[in-house]
Design a protein. Structure first.
Ligand SMILES: [Zn+2]
Length: 525
């Protein structure tokens, strides 16, 4: 028999409580105690094979005392196997669990002698050869003088089922499985700041962008990220920061388009107390908060002209001045800017300062759209599937061939963000154990409809057919469907200067079909 010192058990217990939480620790210790109780019961029968029942039974409590776990005083022992009756009441003094719990956490609401309780249940169950559970009716850990436990046959407890669950290894495994999934999600969410992990892709255009990023990272150069909405500009900016010598300092992202114009300057550069009505306290801006780190300015094209002028001054002097302030503060911040609009055009139209663009556009990196890197679609989709399966607690083995094929041919106007939305929805609609089907990704879209992503990143269906416009047109002109058909046929024939075969092709009809319909048309002349 292995004697484990109570103090090392106490530190194990503490560690468990802080890592897996109270409920899981309780169950784990109950089960550990139960297993050790069963082994001791086997031992007890060997030690006193011919002793009277209770005397042999008492070996367990004695072993416990020997181990220094607890001092046991039997108060009641009634066991009538044939009548299915057992009542065992024991008083516990100096429970190591209660004492260590009290020492570490103070008095508790609920009893805390989990391992000892599990031991009692395991010992009696094995000794009697039938399931017996104990409950702790009073506990020193709750501020009592001593602990008091009461044991009965499982069938005598009205809540036997829920007690049994505590001892069920299956539920423990399920719980662990769930925890593991949760850890997986957290890890995925953290990754963008750690390394290039989630910047998945090997297509040439994407690899070029990554290569430029790696070269810029160790330098101080101001980087300008361009690319369509949803290509992952912030992720690139975070990766740049993580690969740079500034990685241990702050990364701050500002979406210039999301800030109200009147707040942009105070957000970026900070405010002195009393600078304007409502400025009751001095507040540092994002530049100050990014001191020593990286400031990511997304949607730079949305920055109002006044703020552009200030930003230019900061970039030139390395100093900021809070709103209403008189003192210049030195800042050491690397600026990474991003835009999805053509800033050259904005300069031409007078919405963006040319000198600021020159200053920021030293090292442009263009992030390719998803439709330009078709080979990356599958690995990306699989990565996202793993992430969202973990997030939604589903086990989804992959995509059907049809679903993959559809993704390869989709034109992804919303890029990675659209793909994230699509796959997350696919996971939600999907069933554990089954692959994601086409209709989980693109559910019941009428033909001609396509999915687009709004600037805010949400999925929207838009008609490729122009049907709503056409219907409105019909209503406006008081036309029927027949009138519309007739008008379309006349138009096609006119366009092809009376060539019925060509007109039929354009309308998706055969020549005889069109001729027949033209003949049936009411004559207006
Ligand atoms: Zn107790």
């Amino acid at each position: 028999m292995l004697l484990v010192h109570a103090s090392s058990l106490a530190s194990l217990r503490r560690e468990l409580l802080s890592t897996i939480g109270r409920e899981q620790t309780r169950r784990l210790l109950l089960r550990a105690g139960f297993a050790s109780g069963r082994r001791d019961a086997e031992l007890a029968r060997k030690v006193r094979p011919n002793a009277p029942f209770f005397e042999a039974f008492a070996v367990g409590p004695q072993l416990h005392m020997l181990e220094g776990s607890v001092q046991v005083t039997p108060q009641r022992f009634e066991y009538e196997p044939d009548a299915n009756h057992y009542l065992g009441i024991y008083r516990w003094d100096h429970s190591w669990e209660a004492e260590s719990h009290l020492r570490d956490f103070g008095p508790q609401e609920e009893p805390v002698c989990w391992m000892l309780l599990g031991y009692a249940s395991g010992y009696t169950t094995e000794f009697f050869g039938r399931p017996v559970y104990y409950k702790e009716m009073a506990c020193q850990g709750c501020g009592g003088q001593h602990c008091l436990i009461e044991g009965r046959l499982a069938q005598q407890w009205p809540d036997a089922q829920s007690i049994a669950q505590d001892y069920d290894s299956e539920s423990m495994l399920l719980r662990l499985d769930k925890l593991q999934s949760e850890v997986e999600v957290l890890r995925t969410q953290l990754q963008p700041e750690d390394d290039l992990g989630p910047l998945i892709g090997r297509s040439p255009s994407f690899s070029r962008a990554i290569e430029l990023l790696r070269k810029a990272a160790p330098t101080q150069v101001t980087v300008m990220l361009t690319g369509e909405t949803g290509v992952g500009k912030e992720r690139f900016a975070r990766a740049l920061h993580a690969l740079s010598p500034r990685k241990d300092n702050t990364f701050i992202a500002v979406n210039c388009g999301a800030l109200p114009a009147e707040l942009v300057e105070s957000e970026l550069f900070g405010v002195e107390k009393g600078a304007f009505t409502g400025a009751q306290a001095a507040r540092p801006g994002r530049f100050e908060r990014a001191q020593g780190g990286t400031l990511f300015l997304d949607e730079l094209g949305e920055l109002p002209l006044a703020a552009q002028a200030k930003l230019l001054r900061v970039l030139q002097s390395g100093e900021i001045e809070r709103l209403g302030g008189t003192q210049a503060l030195k800042v050491d911040v690397r600026v990474v800017a991003a835009t999805n609009v053509d800033l050259d055009a904005a300069v031409t139209s007078g919405r963006f300062r040319r000198d600021l663009l020159f200053r920021l556009n030293v090292y442009p990196i263009r992030i390719p759209a998803l439709s330009e890197r078709v080979d990356d679609i599958e690995p990306l989709a699989i990565h996202l599937l793993e992430r969202f399966s973990a997030l939604h607690g589903k086990q989804i083995p992959g995509f059907s061939d049809q679903a993959l094929e559809a993704m390869r041919h989709h034109d992804w106007p919303g890029n990675i963000r659209e793909m994230e939305n699509l796959i997350e929805r696919g996971v939600i609609l999907g069933t554990s154990g089954q692959r994601i089907e086409l209709e989980n990704l693109f559910p019941a879209l009428p033909s001609g409809m396509r999915i687009t992503v709004s600037p805010a990143g949400s999925l929207e269906r838009s008609p490729g057919s122009g049907a709503p416009e056409m219907l409105d047109l019909m209503k406006r002109h008081g036309m029927t469907l027949n009138d519309l058909e007739d008008a379309l046929m006349s138009e096609a024939v006119q366009r092809h200067r009376g060539n019925v075969s060509a007109a039929a092709r354009e309308l998706g009809l055969t020549r005889p079909q069109l001729s027949y319909r033209l003949e049936k048309m009411p004559r207006t002349d």
